[in-house]
Design a protein. Structure first.
Length: 304
């Protein structure tokens, strides 16, 4: 009988790719969705509504594993006080809903895998390479990631193996982080942002999904793991490489930081700052990145 993986946030960018991979690897997949969707031969949909504290409990009870990707997009809207609260609550409350069902039903999952972010290390520019033991930051993104991971403690306290995947900038085929960049660069109008010195730890969507698969299968994995390439890519390097893939050299000056701050407010920090992260821990458990060269990854992701 196929093992069942329940995915929250399964209809998003990462969720869609992960669903396809899991099906190809012989798992059955269930997805928690806020809207009703027709079931397919491969995917069964269940309803939940975090804002109304509702979840179809049968989805959790059926699952052998849960992959938790759900949460308000941190870069979707300006950070008002209300928006910040929504971002944090969407992560904490959704895990709380799942925990309540697990505790009530005495359901014992084989593993609970949760998304997190390298933003836990803070909106800081610097050459220090952050490992999973680096102290979290006290800025908004850092605190959000801390609360996100802390919420999973509820699950681990049920003696369920729990993993947090601290994700970098995800590169996909004209999707994810590249979705907003490629139209500009395709026209030959790309440029670096701010100082251009901020680091941009990145990961190809295929590698990220394979890390989730590894976390499901590898019983030795527990706790936090960085999911990003440690290649010292800065925004300038990234921008020049993306322009090269499109066949030109950047000719425009950097976009000034003050313009980005005017357009984005406090949220500009996620673009204008960035730290290096180590991938040593995930590689020590036997995981091998398929895409370790930025140019190769970008060539696979963009439409020329």
């Amino acid at each position: 009988m196929k093992k069942n993986v329940l995915i929250t946030g399964g209809t998003g960018f990462v969720g869609k790719h992960l669903t396809e991979l899991l099906i190809n690897k012989g798992f059955s997949v269930s997805i928690l969705s806020r809207t009703e969707k027709p079931n397919t031969a491969d995917v069964f949909y269940y309803i939940w509504d975090v804002s109304k504290n509702f979840i179809d409990e049968s989805a959790v009870i059926r699952a052998d594993y849960i992959v938790h990707l759900a949460g308000e997009n941190i870069a979707d809207k300006r950070w008002t006080a209300q928006r910040k609260a929504q971002i944090v609550q969407s992560r904490e409350q959704s895990i709380g809903l799942i925990y309540a069902v697990l505790k009530k039903s005495n359901k014992q999952l084989e593993a609970f895998i949760s998304a997190s972010g390298i933003g836990i290390y803070g909106a800081i520019n610097g050459a220090e390479i952050c490992t999973e033991s680096t102290l979290p930051a006290n800025d908004f993104v850092g605190v959000t990631c801390q609360k996100w991971e802390a919420a999973t403690t509820l699950i681990s306290n049920l003696s369920i193996r729990t993993v947090q995947i601290r994700t970098g900038l995800v590169l996909g085929k004209d999707d994810g982080f590249l979705k907003k960049l490629t139209p500009i660069f395709r026209l030959g109008l790309g440029s670096a942002l701010g100082s251009g010195k901020q680091y941009m730890p990145w990961i190809h969507i295929d590698d990220l999904c394979t890390i989730y698969l590894e976390a499901l299968n590898n019983v030795k994995m527990a706790g936090a793991y960085n999911a990003a390439i440690n290649d010292a890519t800065t925004n300038t390097i990234f921008s020049k490489t993306l322009a090269k893939v499109y066949g030109y050299s950047i000719w425009l000056p950097n976009v000034p930081s003050f313009l980005i701050k005017i357009a984005m407010g406090e949220m500009a920090q996620i673009i204008l700052t960035g730290r290096r992260v180590s991938s040593e821990k995930i590689e020590k458990v036997g995981f091998q990145f398929r895409y370790k060269k930025l140019e190769e990854a970008l060539k696979d992701c963009v439409k020329l």
